[in-house]
Design a protein around this ligand. Structure first.
Ligand SMILES: [Zn+2]
Length: 168
């Protein structure tokens, strides 16, 4: 279960969990419990000292997002149902890799755009245009009126390439 514990510290993982539950503070310890084989809502509430209601709400949110499942069983003595929950780590890994894929495609697109275009920046350094846009506006910023000057974008290209290398 080492992989699971490490995953809990991953900012991308935490981001996904917050997206799902809107509650990072309670979600992470609950998932930690599930990874430690504490599987019923009561066990989790006891271990984390988080209110049972909140534990249940988060478990169902995780379930709704497809990253947790449960098994229902009936206690033969009390006739009560128990739900034992499981955290589906692989589903999270899938979500993360899809996210990275999307991110790397976005970088690829920006890189292409940077490489294929010339850019112009206005004197306030706030507005940026490609050649066609700059030319159409007679090299004057339509937003602030400042003069548009050619911008060397080679540093941006280098940075995008470095980002690309980091995630692939
Ligand atoms: Zn401007």
């Amino acid at each position: 279960m080492d992989g699971g514990a490490k995953m809990l510290d991953d900012p991308t993982f935490q981001e996904i969990i917050i997206d799902i539950t809107n509650d990072e503070e309670s979600s992470v310890p609950i998932i930690e419990c599930l990874l430690k084989e504490k599987t019923t809502d009561e066990e989790i509430a006891e271990e984390t000292e988080i209110r049972l209601n909140i534990v249940r709400r988060i478990l169902y949110k995780l379930y709704d997002a497809g990253v947790a499942t449960y098994k229902r069983s009936k206690d033969p003595e009390t006739q009560w149902y128990t739900y034992s929950w499981r955290f589906e780590q692989e589903k999270i890994t899938d979500i993360i890799s899809r996210k990275y894929e999307k991110f790397s495609k976005e970088i690829e697109k920006s890189l292409e755009y940077e490489e294929e275009n010339m850019f112009f920046l206005c004197s306030s350094n706030e507005h940026r245009y490609n050649f066609d846009e700059a030319s159409e506006n007679n090299f004057q910023c339509p937003k602030c009126g400042g003069a548009l000057e050619y911008q060397d974008n080679s540093t941006i290209i280098v940075e995008l390439k470095q980002m690309m290398e980091k995630i692939t």
